[in-house]
Design a binder for this molecule. Structure first.
Ligand SMILES: [Zn+2]
Length: 81
């Protein structure tokens, strides 16, 4: 089911690979690329290494702030009125 967080929200592209989007890791606290490199039980995938616990390191446009909606991070800018 696609999450619809409402107007003014946009998903944040990964600043490292520009292919993935920024997601919150399970357990919360850590933000990481949706294409994050992984390895488990002999399988592996992904290609990116972007992960951070510092929300200030997530690039946003002027006027935007980082918000978490249903465990997904978005850049949010209040729509002009
Ligand atoms: Zn990435």
């Amino acid at each position: 089911m696609a999450l619809n967080p409402g107007p003014g929200h946009r998903r944040i592209p990964c600043p490292l690979c520009a292919n993935g989007i920024i997601r919150m890791a399970s357990g919360g606290g850590t933000l990481q690329c949706s294409n994050l490199k992984w390895k488990h039980s002999g399988f592996s995938g992904g290609h990116c290494t972007f992960t951070t616990r510092d929300r200030n390191s997530i690039p946003l446009k002027p006027g935007e702030r980082l918000v978490i909606r249903d465990f997904s991070p978005f850049a949010f800018a209040r729509p002009a009125d």
